[in-house]
Write a protein of this length. Structure first.
Ligand code: ZN
Length: 195
């Protein structure tokens, strides 16, 4: 079932997109930067996900946004390790969810009726709650065992492995996959030369 708000927003690709707001140079040269610190980028991101156009978060809101992102990443890592989410983390996660205010309505038309979720407030708490809801829905309907973090240590892109045999080790086989193959090859060659 599609989870939509009255604006028709897809609550999909939201949680992983949010976790990947820490941008890293997958080639390992330019380091990393935090997209949440870039007002222009954040404005664009809100628009892409059809969130309302919110003012750039104040210091407290920005700290909360980053804290929530750390929490979500910790939960993802816990699930990747096949462990149980700690009770403190679960309480903190549910507290973020609880800050979201929504109501439901029957939308669409006779062609296709839809159960729509309508946000009742327009602020960063609602954005965080929507991201949390998107992740919760994915874990409830999907398989936590498909959560992945790219094996390239310079990349660490977070994604959900949709492949049939659950074998996706890199965010992108052509980019990170090839890079790691080249690195392994070089390391092997170096080791052989040192013999
Ligand atoms: Zn990668």
């Amino acid at each position: 079932m599609e989870r939509q708000t009255v604006t028709g927003k897809w609550l999909g690709m939201l949680w992983d997109d949010y976790l990947n707001t820490i941008w890293r140079d997958w080639k390992g040269k330019l380091g990393e930067k935090d997209r949440l610190d870039e007002p222009q980028w954040l404005k664009q991101w809100l628009a892409e996900h059809r969130f309302p156009d919110l003012p750039y978060p104040d210091a407290r809101e920005l700290a909360e946004l980053k804290q929530f992102r750390s929490l979500l990443l910790r939960i993802v890592r816990t699930l990747i390790n096949g462990e149980k989410i700690g009770s403190e983390d679960l309480i903190a996660f549910n507290a973020v969810l609880a800050e979201g205010l929504i109501t439901r309505q029957l939308g669409g038309d006779a062609e296709e009726w839809k159960l729509e979720y309508v946000p009742l407030q327009s602020n960063w708490k609602q954005v965080m709650a929507d991201i949390a809801a998107d992740f919760a829905a994915k874990m409830a309907d999907g398989e936590p065992g498909r959560l992945r973090i790219c094996d390239n240590p310079d990349c660490l892109w977070v994604y959900y492995d949709e492949t049939r045999n659950r074998s996706k080790r890199y965010c992108d086989d052509k980019l990170c996959g090839n890079l790691m193959k080249v690195r392994r090859h070089r390391a092997r060659k170096k080791a052989e030369e040192q013999r």
